[in-house]
Ligand binder design. Structure first.
Ligand code: PLP
Length: 447
């Protein structure tokens, strides 16, 4: 008789098409998760794994958190969903009030959605229509950074620049101006200040030439996540904000990956005291429980859409599940837990421990760079540490390393040859130590 776990594996291969996954890889190494508890995931064979990537960067408190489960159950007893199109609901109102309290003071309006990519689509459409509604219809272009990632829908990929994901769709995409991301790793100067000043000068040159047609600039908040965990040099994001103000360009900051404590602040913009005109949040907003996202904006932008219906200023965007009550209740419970457990205050100590441990990785022969902000970390594997020569991408060293980590009891997904370490913020120091030890063993074994 075929074991039950075998049946699930077979059916997963037979019926599913997994996101961002080459199914041939999956067929060779299938995995079906059965349950989760705290910072562990369990597969259908009963094997447990550290959730080293917070189930794709969102599970803040770990799994089966009592307060989260209860909040969702409690909401379920009232109602699961009613539309937000033309009719508000209580959890959506309460959450909006809380998000406004949590984010920079100039952000006073909340527009909901269901995923990070959609929150970005909304940000782009909102910025575009803002200028349109003001009569400045020539402002139609976006500026984005090289190596950026903002989601996988057509608008989001149009402002993204990770070639391996995006090139095939070029004919579908609108064009945007690309400014260089201030990438310190592999830069000839190796001085973050030089890299910052050079990138800001290039950005200003672009603004000078094209500002009249630019609606907005979109950037990830301090850390470029999917692009390989690259961290902006200090002062860069503030410099971008100042240039946007100088040239009358809206600033959209994408906090989808960095928000909700991940970098050691509620939002990464706080590291530089930046006040975006539009900010996107998702992932950690419900602590990894339900798909809610939000785009926050200023009163000035809100007012540009306000008027009689026949003026045609309305923001025509919204999905069936926008502002779903269960999701909003989960987000409220998540934020309440942050406040009760003083989680963000704990990130600093945990991050310092991780930094100390990861510093020893630079002794490893094939570790080219270790990058970290808060509990958002990337370890870049290279063929030659002296020259930073990468492995040929066809060797898939990052993938092989994470497969080895899986064997050793920890899950994560690589970004090319960058190993991602983004544990739940509630991980204890001993757990962090155990996860780091698994990463080290896997790197040594595969490189
Ligand atoms: N923006 C950033 C910065 C992200 O890192 C991601 C996902 O990783 C997204 C947007 C897209 O979010 P989602 O996967 O929820 O659509």
């Amino acid at each position: 008789m075929v074991a039950m776990s075998e049946q699930w594996l077979e059916k997963s291969k037979k019926y599913l098409w997994l996101p961002f996954t080459q199914m041939k890889d999956y067929e060779e190494n299938p995995l079906v998760i059965e349950s989760g508890e705290g910072i562990f995931l369990k597969d259908i064979s009963g094997k447990t794994y550290y959730d080293g990537y917070s189930s794709l960067w969102l599970n803040v408190h770990g799994h089966r958190k009592k307060e989260m489960d209860e909040a969702i159950r409690k909401q379920l007893e009232r109602i699961a969903h009613s539309t937000l199109l033309g009719a508000a609901n209580i959890p959506a109102i309460e959450l909006a009030e809380k998000l406004i309290e949590w984010t920079p003071p100039n952000l006073t309006r909340v527009f909901y959605s269901d995923s990070g990519a959609e929150s970005v689509e909304i940000a782009l459409k909102m910025a575009f229509q803002y200028w349109h509604n003001l009569g400045e219809t020539q402002k139609q272009k976006f500026v984005t950074l090289t190596n950026g990632y903002h989601g996988d829908t057509v608008g989001a990929i149009s402002v993204g620049s990770i070639d391996i994901f995006h090139t095939v769709y070029h004919p579908l995409m609108f064009t945007s101006y690309k400014a260089p991301f201030p990438m310190v790793y592999r830069h000839p100067s190796n001085d973050p200040n030089v890299v910052r000043d050079e990138a800001l000068a290039q950005l200003e040159a672009l603004f000078e030439q094209h500002h009249e047609e630019i609606a907005a600039m979109i950037v990830e908040a301090i850390v470029q996540g999917a692009g390989g965990m690259h961290i902006m040099p200090k002062g860069y994001l503030k410099g971008v904000e100042q240039l946007c103000r100088k040239y009358n360009i809206l600033l959209i900051v994408d906090e989808v990956a960095t928000g909700f404590g991940r970098t050691g602040k509620r939002f990464a913009v706080e590291h530089e005291n930046v006040s975006p005109d539009i900010m996107t949040v998702a992932k950690g907003i419900t602590g990894g429980y339900l798909p809610i996202a939000a785009t926050l904006t200023t009163e000035a932008i809100y007012e540009a859409f306000y008027g009689d219906y026949c003026e045609l200023k309305t923001f025509f965007h919204g999905h069936s599940y926008t502002g779903n009550q269960l999701g909003c209740a989960a987000a409220l419970a998540n934020i309440a837990l942050f406040e009760k457990e003083r989680l963000i205050e704990q990130v600093e100590e945990k991050a310092a421990f991780v930094a100390e441990q990861l510093a020893t990785f630079t002794e490893l022969k094939h570790v080219g760079d270790v990058r970290q902000l808060g509990l958002m970390c990337g370890i870049e594997l290279v063929r030659d540490r002296e020259t930073n020569e990468p492995y040929p991408w066809t060797e898939r060293i990052g993938y092989q390393t994470t497969l080895k980590m899986r064997e050793l009891g920890m899950l994560t997904r690589p970004l090319g040859d960058v190993i991602v370490f983004m544990p739940p913020l509630t991980s204890a120091i001993a757990d962090l130590e155990a996860m780091i030890s698994i990463m080290r063993e896997a790197i040594v074994a595969t490189t």
